[in-house]
Design a protein around this ligand. Structure first.
Ligand SMILES: [Zn+2]
Length: 185
């Protein structure tokens, strides 16, 4: 008897479960997909709104705006691109040595992008007899030039022989005389 009662209860249970699951299935089936879309859309909207209206200290905004402004200013004052030497080379670039007094002077030409002009550099003295670069052979307070080949001791041009203002003045005058239109001091 016990077994039949148990069986009866079980059958009843199965029946209830079947009915319930069928009901649940029907319920799930009728829930429209649109509803899920609305839920998803709402979630997206809420999340977006949350981040857009997120409270941040106003000084963050000020600092950020200042940084943007500062970087913009810094960009404006960036060093301008280096100017290139003109394509047509001036004639004075070939003039790289001369004899002033009994000294030979030699130099190179270099494009100065700041001044946008050629400048002579490495103005050096050479022996007037053998065209050898002179060496410095001076005492502590009075530099002299010395030729290692002919052993001639040149008295100092005035006090220094390299880049000497006297030689530079003579060279400038010579440049103006030779290239009056091209050379700019
Ligand atoms: Zn010499």
């Amino acid at each position: 008897m016990k077994i039949s009662r148990y069986l009866k209860n079980s059958l009843f249970g199965i029946l209830i479960w079947s009915l319930f699951s069928a009901f649940l299935y029907d319920q799930l089936k009728v829930i429209p997909i649109l509803k899920y879309l609305i839920i998803a859309g709402n979630w997206l909207y809420e999340t977006t709104l949350y981040y857009l209206t997120y409270r941040i200290p106003i000084w963050w905004v000020i600092v950020f705006l200042f940084l943007v402004w500062f970087l913009n200013q810094a960009d404006k004052y960036k060093s301008p691109p280096l100017s290139k030497p003109p394509n047509d080379k001036p004639k004075f670039l070939e003039y790289t040595q001369d004899k002033f007094k009994n000294w030979i002077w030699k130099w190179n030409w270099e494009w100065n992008s700041t001044l946008k002009a050629y400048q002579y550099v490495n103005l050096k003295a050479y022996c007037g007899n053998c065209n050898v670069e002179l060496l410095e052979a001076g005492s502590f307070n009075r530099a002299k030039a010395y030729c290692p080949k002919c052993n001639t001791f040149y008295d100092a041009y005035v006090h220094e022989y390299e880049y000497h203002p006297g030689a530079m003045a003579l060279l400038n005058a010579e440049l103006e005389k030779r290239y009056p239109e091209e050379f700019r001091k």
